[in-house]
Design a protein around this ligand. Sequence first.
Ligand SMILES: Cc1ncc(COP(=O)(O)O)c(C=O)c1O
Length: 373
Amino acid sequence: MKVPFIDLKAQHLPISDELRRVVSEVVESADFSGGSFVQKFEEQFAAYCGTKHAVGVGSGTDALWLTMKAMGIGPGDEVITVPMTFFATAEAITMTGARPVFVDVDRESFTLDPEHLEKAITPRTRAIMPVHLFGQTASMDAINEIAHRNGIPVIEDASQAHGATYKGKKAGSLAHAGCFSFYPAKNLGAMGEAGAIVTDNGDLAEMLRCLRNHGQDSKNHHPVIGWNSRMDGIQAAVLQLKLRRLDSNNELRRRHAMAYSAALDSFDGIVPPCECVDAAHVYHIYAIQAIDRERLIKTLTEQGIGHGIHYPVPVHLQPAYRKLLGHQPGDFPVSEQSAKRFISLPMFPELNEMQIAAVIDTVRNAVNSRRAA
Ligand SMILES: Cc1ncc(COP(=O)(O)O)c(C=O)c1O
């Protein structure tokens, strides 16, 4: 049985009438760029995350970049983040003119390791940006404590963690600001590109609203230089509809992850993801570690089981950052080792029991063939 890595068509089929209806509402109102649909979504998303404000923007990358711009971060500054993330986290830092300073991840959650954080702080550090990798929050108490002691704001990259919680509080509400991507494949995905920032800080939200709209605070009055990163009305209408299903879909993802982990836990050379105390994982990505990844990839490919690698090269070893920052293999060993071992299995709410069983059987076959070899 073939199993896709992700199946957006399966997600949209049961809500296709509603999707058409909400898109036609936007078409009929012609409220395409910013406007009432965006405002409504912002209110709903802020309430969902438990923050006072949400600001819709064009993408998750813009959310990160504009948040740092709004905080006045620029050339000569440093922002601490992790190398085990999607490239955009570091890219957004670089695009402000600041320098990304990497801190390795821990061996359990693969999120920013607070043990290494303090020694990465310098007088130039202007923000700390933990990434809630794969849908699990970073160790926020320890990170916030170090940040607070050093007077540095924390910006969560929550692009993979819509609805994840830490000690019962939602991702995005755990620090000064939380940045989200609504790229279509995310747990809350648009039908195109979109992103948002959530925060309790009214001044920050106001500056972000200004920056995303060419630095305007009112029509034709530009107190600062901004950009065009307005969320569009169609995405906001789709996101309002999908937000209502986010918790139940996350619950399904968690259930599938439990089924995978219960079986894979006993397989030789396979390490399922770990759920940390205090963090409720929402499994945007279900990534296992495989000692013999090549063999597993070969078997999955032969059997038509979708898979991915998140991420095969840690950001500090990407050519762009090797050139810019001079990093070498060995600089961040946990990120580098996990980049060699991670493999992501099919994960989406609509997965059925037969598909899950087919994935597990295929991993078992790969493990057995390794043992026999
Ligand atoms: C951790 C992380 N940060 C940032 C982004 C960037 O989001 P976008 O693709 O919406 O610009 C992504 C999206 O893939 C991501 O996974």
